[in-house]
Design a protein around this ligand. Structure first.
Ligand SMILES: *Cc1c(COP(=O)(O)O)cnc(C)c1O
Length: 392
């Protein structure tokens, strides 16, 4: 009898008790709106921003309604206008090109490599087509950030980092989100902190941050922010910056604050699961693991591997056999997008573009989540099942 995995790939851990208590305390006050505070009270949203900025080492932080909102807000803040071209990864998640399209701007896709990072040669070749790069650390894979920033400087490219999968990760000791001008994170349930929906934006640039705080819907209440630049930076912008409301509320902020200090511990557990999967799949014929560079401190909250040369029929059959054994793999290759979509050619609002390398990679790419509700024994069992089924 073949063993069957019975765990749930989308079941997260419960919200910590301290966060539940903090949330109930906010509910008892009725003051859920971030600017609804009493004298002497900072409010949960302002405190969250201060604490996240300290944890990540940035000067400023803004909490917003979602990761996708954070990306759109960052693009507005750097002055992207309708019709402007914005470079981004050819392999990413739908909210990334969606944020670009939400401004009437045009996504220009850059190839992805077999190691699942942006193709820096292709980036250098396309760098003169735009003044902004929205860099997506898709699935937590971080490219050579030193070389990327060199290319950006040489071509005067402003870099916005999409860190939806890299909260807690770093490159050469520098946290993901701190390399570019702006870093954007998601606190949606499937990411590294969980408030259902939510986003965080960090930057060291006072004018960009003032503009983002005004954009997010701060009215003239911006002096209540703590992880924010001095008032003078707002004075120059406050009459000309539209309100595109996307604030975070005190309830979500209360749920998130107690999760910040536990992030390193959760990262360690994710990475322990990741290493069990990696060890379990090493040496499976025809299966290519994704190498992790020395300079990259990653968060292994999901796992990817490639089956180059398998072809769509074989991969579809494998995915079905694994599903029958309780192992839910996401295959990014099928022609018709389903579930969470990552095929650039399914985003038909963007101009038709040809990315042969990305096509090859995505066609062979399989992905699975490693929620912290899995034990190392669970992951070892999943790896055993995959290792049995791939060669069949
Ligand atoms: C989840 C995600 C986002 C945006 O997150 P939301 O909070 O769902 O809007 C952005 N980029 C990537 C790669 C993501 O996976």
């Amino acid at each position: 009898m073949d063993e069957i995995f019975t765990g749930n790939f989308t079941q997260q851990e419960p919200i910590p008790e301290a966060a539940i208590e903090a949330a109930v305390a906010v509910l008892r006050t009725g003051r859920l709106h971030r600017y609804n505070t009493v004298p002497g009270e900072a409010g949960e949203a302002a405190l969250l921003e201060e604490e996240f900025a300290a944890a990540i080492g940035s000067k400023y932080c803004l909490a917003v309604a979602s990761g996708g909102y954070a990306l759109g807000c960052a693009l507005r803040a750097v002055g992207v206008k309708p019709g402007d071209r914005v470079l981004t990864n050819g392999f990413t998640l739908a909210p990334v090109p969606g944020a670009i399209a939400s401004l009437g701007a045009v996504p220009v896709f850059v190839e992805v490599t077999e190691d699942l990072v942006i193709d820096l040669d292709d980036l250098a070749a396309k760098a003169d087509q735009a003044r902004v790069l929205m860099l997506s650390h898709m699935r937590g894979h971080i490219c050579d950030m030193d070389r990327l920033m060199e290319i950006a400087r040489a071509h005067d490219l402003m870099v916005i980092e999409d860190c939806a999968h890299t909260m807690g990760a770093s490159w050469a000791g520098m946290p993901s989100g701190r390399h570019g001008a702006i870093g954007c994170y998601s606190t949606q349930t499937y990411k590294h902190m969980n408030s259902g929906e939510g986003g965080l934006i960090v930057s060291d640039d006072p004018d960009l941050m003032a503009r983002m705080i005004l954009l997010s819907g701060s009215y003239m209440l911006y002096p209540r922010h703590r992880a924010a630049p001095p008032a003078a930076h707002f004075e120059a912008l406050k009459y000309d910056t539209p309100n595109v409301s996307g604030r975070m509320d005190n309830l979500r902020a209360a749920v998130l604050r107690p999760q910040i200090p536990t992030l390193p511990e959760r990262v360690a557990r994710w990475n322990a699961l990741y290493r069990v999967m990696e060890a379990g799949l090493a040496g499976v014929a025809g299966l290519r693991l994704v190498p992790r560079p020395q300079a990259e401190a990653y968060v292994g909250s999901s796992f990817q591997f490639l089956l180059p040369g398998h072809g769509p029929e074989r991969i579809a059959a494998l995915v079905a056999r694994l599903a029958a054994r309780g192992v839910e793999l996401k295959w990014f290759g099928p022609a018709e997008p389903a579930g969470f979509t990552s095929r650039y050619d399914s985003w038909k609002y963007a101009p038709v573009q040809s990315l042969p390398r990305t096509d090859r990679v995505v066609a062979a790419l399989l992905d699975l989540r490693l929620p912290l509700t899995f034990s190392e024994a669970d992951v070892a069992q999943i790896a055993r099942i995959i290792a049995q089924e791939v060669p069949r």
